[in-house]
Design a protein around this ligand. Structure first.
Ligand code: COA
Length: 184
C-alpha cells in the first residue's frame, strides 16, 4: 500500500470512501450535503494537503484530507459549499454551522483541520498512522503550526486512534471530542 498525494483521478473513490465510512447520509440530499461538507471542499480547494492510501491498482482506499488555514476555509466554504449544504439539508447545515462556530477558539491556535477515513479492508494495518505522518510532514514544510480535528465521543476507533497517535484532547463537549497536535 502506497501513501501519495491526492490526484484528480481519485475523486470518485474519495466520495466512495467518504460515504462508506459515514452513516445517516443515504438519501440523495444527504449525500449532497455529505460530499460538500466532508469531501469535495478539501479535494477541490485544498488538493495539496490531501493524501491517499492506494492499493496495488493505484486506487485510493483511504485518505486524510486537510484544510491548512481556517480563515481561508471559512471564506471559501461559506461562498461555495455552504449554499449546497443548506439547500440539501437545513438541519445538517445548522449542525455544521454550529460546529464551525465552536471551532473558533481551537482554530486560532491550531489553524489546520483534518478528516481521515479508511475503508474497512484497510483499517488497523498502520495506514492511518502513515497518512497522518505524511500530512504532518507536509504541514511542517508549509510552516503550519498546528492541526485539530473533531471526533464523535462514541467513535471508539477514532478516539483510540487519535490518542494512540499522540493527539491531545483540547475539549470534550456535546458528544464531540476535539483533538489537537502542535507541529514544530
Ligand atoms: C480511525 C481510523 C482512521 C484509524 O485508521 P487505522 O489505519 O485503522 O489505524 P492504525 O492501524 O494506523 O492504528 C491502529 C490504532 O487505531 C485504533 N483503532 C483502529 N481500529 C480500531 C478498532 N476497530 N477498535 C478500536 N481501536 C481501533 C487503535 O488505537 C489501534 O491501535 P491498536 O491496534 O494497537 O489497538 C480508521 O479506523 C477509520 O477510517 N475508521 C472509520 C472512519 C472513522 O472513524 N474516521 C475518523 C472519524 S473522526
Amino acid at each position: 500500500m502506497v501513501i501519495r498525494k491526492y490526484q484528480p483521478k481519485d475523486f470518485e473513490n474519495m466520495r466512495k470512501i467518504c460515504f462508506e465510512t459515514s452513516s445517516g447520509f443515504d438519501s440523495d440530499r444527504g449525500k449532497q450535503a455529505l460530499y460538500a461538507m466532508y469531501c469535495d471542499y478539501y479535494v477541490l480547494e485544498e488538493p495539496d494537503t490531501c493524501f491517499v492510501a492506494a492499493n496495488d491498482n493505484d486506487e485510493a482506499i483511504g485518505y486524510v484530507i486537510c484544510a491548512p488555514d481556517q480563515e481561508r476555509y471559512n471564506k471559501i466554504f461559506h461562498q461555495k459549499y455552504d449554499p449546497i449544504v443548506k439547500k440539501a439539508s437545513f438541519s445538517r447545515w445548522l449542525m455544521h454551522r454550529l460546529g464551525n462556530m465552536m471551532s473558533k477558539k481551537v482554530s486560532k491556535l491550531y489553524p489546520a483541520h483534518l478528516h481521515i477515513d479508511i475503508l474497512p479492508e484497510g483499517q488497523r494495518q498502520g495506514l492511518g498512522h502513515r497518512l497522518v505522518d505524511a500530512l504532518i510532514l507536509d504541514l511542517k514544510q508549509k510552516g503550519v503550526k498546528g492541526v485539530y480535528l473533531v471526533c464523535g465521543a462514541g467513535n471508539k476507533k477514532g478516539v483510540n486512534f487519535y490518542r494512540k497517535y499522540g493527539f491531545k484532547e483540547f475539549s470534550n463537549a456535546f458528544g464531540s471530542v476535539t483533538f489537537v497536535m502542535d507541529i514544530d
